[in-house]
Write a protein that binds this ligand. Sequence first.
Ligand code: FES
Length: 177
Amino acid sequence: MTDVQTETGADTQVEQAGSASTRRVVLMGAGGLGAAAVLAACGTATGTNPNGTDYAATPAPAGSKGPAAGGGGNTGGDSGGAAAGAALALVADVPAGGGIIQGDYVITQPTQGTFKAFTKICTHQGCEVGEVKNGTINCPCHGAKFSIEDGSVAGGPAPKPLAETKVKVDGDNIVAA
Ligand code: FES
């Protein structure tokens, strides 16, 4: 099943020059230029990966989860949102040298006994990452890869790391710290 949602761009306002004060028109004009610059930047940011894939033109593959509702990616930082003490996974479920995707998180065990948790929302265009394999957290949409150790970008088009949520082991559980 394909589950892709497309975000619309910023609303465009058209203002009649004769119906507003000069100051407002100037301000609106400046804002418009800013928006145009941003749009132009977006329009030229259609890079390709080493495989020649055009990220912007590549739809999410069938079976992948598209950008989360309300998208926009995460804002970085420790903003996972899990309350301290909230159980994210069972210790026994997270393989050493790998990880699992559970709930809103990717929980990894980069080295024996060390656990990390990251948001599962890709920083590229907001898809949910799809697997943890060969030491990286992989997004199915455009091939972004993130380190299981610190969420840093290990490949693909992602512009920044996955946001980390601090965790600790509490008995059989990995819980938000
Ligand atoms: S959304 Fe593009 S690589 Fe993840």
